[in-house]
Design a protein around this ligand. Structure first.
Ligand SMILES: O=C(O)CCC(=O)C(=O)O
Length: 264
């Protein structure tokens, strides 16, 4: 359970970092799944040579989206009680899983994701009614390009244009002098609302770094034309995944962690 100070910080600054949200075995399982995705060649380099089109031969921002259909472990994660409790406290009850994705920054040539507000994509009526949960799958530091956020930026809407360093993203130019880097050990998470401007940096270290992001949206704020997932995680439409996936997923996280570790 989050305390009132933590909930208040999310609502006033637009973000909340929670170190050690996931335990060491859970982190090991996440890293094992990332290793499998790499072995299976599932990651796609979205970095471009500054023209928004030509894929870069020298820099890599490796994206995998969505995740739920490629990993039973990651499909189970957003149903876990500590996740749904925190999300419910931060954005309010009745919400769906909206989106899940991963960005991996390879050692030395890993590239960041440019500044953006998720609400430039999602366009919900109140940017505090949706939140990302960004998981540091490895230690996330200044040197390897950890997540940066601009506190209180959800109160402003920055113009977005095509990001010349990605083959499909958009970007904005927020007041970077207000930016705060969030350094976290592996297993820590950052919740940031749909209006919070955020970015990640280049990975200058000898080790890869990945962030796994789940986006949660209040059911009463789902836009008409929403094209992403709508897995109900709380409220009367929530069936523990049975409705959306044809099988009960809620409550399987701990066994998924052990299954993945046993196979690794
Ligand atoms: O991990 C990253 O590079 C960026 C993540 C992100 O921007 C997001 O999930 O909204």
């Amino acid at each position: 359970m989050l305390n009132t100070h933590q909930v208040e910080q999310f609502r006033t600054l637009g973000y909340l970092a929670l170190p050690r949200f996931f335990a060491a075995r859970e982190v090991a399982a996440l890293q094992a799944e990332i290793a499998r995705f790499k072995r299976e060649g599932r990651l796609r380099n979205v970095a471009t040579e500054g023209d928004g089109k030509t894929h870069s031969a020298t820099k890599a921002n490796l994206q995998l989206i969505p995740l739920f259909d490629k990993s039973d472990l990651l499909r189970a994660l957003p149903f876990e009680a500590k996740v749904t409790q925190a999300v419910g406290q931060l954005i309010g009850e009745r919400f769906v899983l909206h989106l899940d994705q991963m960005f991996l920054k390879p050692a030395r040539h890993g590239m960041g994701t440019s500044w953006h507000q998720d609400n430039a994509y999602f366009k919900i009526a109140d940017p505090l009614k949706g939140t990302a949960m960004w998981i540091a799958a490895h230690d996330a530091t200044l040197a390897n390009g950890t997540l940066c956020v601009v506190p209180e930026s959800f109160k402003e809407e920055y113009p977005h244009s095509r990001d010349p360093h990605s083959d499909h993203h958009i970007r904005c130019y927020p007041p970077e002098e207000r930016a705060v880097p969030v350094e976290l050990e592996a297993g820590g998470v950052v919740f940031f609302c749909y209006g919070t401007a955020h970015s990640t940096g280049a990975n200058h270290t000898d080790r890869e770094r990945a962030g796994i992001a789940f986006h949660f949206l209040r059911t009463d704020y789902i836009p008409e034309e929403a094209r992403f997932l709508r897995t109900h995680l709380s409220g009367p439409q929530a069936t523990g995944g049975a409705q959306e996936y044809g099988t009960k997923v809620a409550g399987t996280w701990a066994q998924e962690v052990e299954r993945v570790l046993a196979q690794a």
